[in-house]
Design a protein around this ligand. Sequence first.
Ligand SMILES: CC(C)(COP(=O)(O)OP(=O)(O)OC[C@H]1O[C@@H](n2cnc3c(N)ncnc32)[C@H](O)[C@@H]1OP(=O)(O)O)[C@@H](O)C(=O)NCCC(=O)NCCS
Length: 170
Amino acid sequence: MTTDTTRLRLARRAHAQAIATLSRDRIEQGLGWSWTARRVARSLADPDTNVLVALDATDAVSGFGIMKFGDDEAHLLLLAVQAAQGRRGIGSAMMTWLEAVAVAAGVRRILLEARDSNAPARAFYRRLGYRELEMLPGYYQGREDSVRLVKDLWEWAATGLSRRAGDLRE
Ligand SMILES: CC(C)(COP(=O)(O)OP(=O)(O)OC[C@H]1O[C@@H](n2cnc3c(N)ncnc32)[C@H](O)[C@@H]1OP(=O)(O)O)[C@@H](O)C(=O)NCCC(=O)NCCS
């Protein structure tokens, strides 16, 4: 996936601090640090949650994603890539991995929230087929609005299949 040197793995307890630091620096800046290593460790221990890491050639954490699975829906809680490693496909590869698990688990749709002001993330998710569902005023600790995005996996799969069938007919 992504590059010759980046690998995706389920995270271990040893990755919790790096994940928390990346959340503080790339996601929660200006909001107060809520995803501490202890909180990440709770997600690692939760059987309904997948914590995924992208590791570089030295096994350092290049990115991570945390997704909580319900019966019908999954919620992407956090996703981030190291700033120095952006635009190399790591974020997309992690989303593909997490979505594949969701499809295998029979999940119908994925929900996530992004800061209203986070234009790059909104562009990233739009590119991956997410649509903006609603605004959530004051969602981030009452300090900032967020936008909720959704991807209907069944609809997406059906569209992909009909696109491929169209390709075959051409
Ligand atoms: C959003 C984020 C996870 C994207 O990760 P990434 O590895 O850089 O993304 P990819 O390389 O897979 O990008 C795929 C596509 O998304 C879009 N995209 C990604 N970053 C973008 C940016 N800064 N501006 C505009 N479009 C962007 C582009 O279409 C890109 O394709 P391209 O590079 O061929 O143009 C990363 O920028 C990040 O960690 N941001 C800070 C944390 C954050 O906002 N997390 C999401 C909300 S919780």
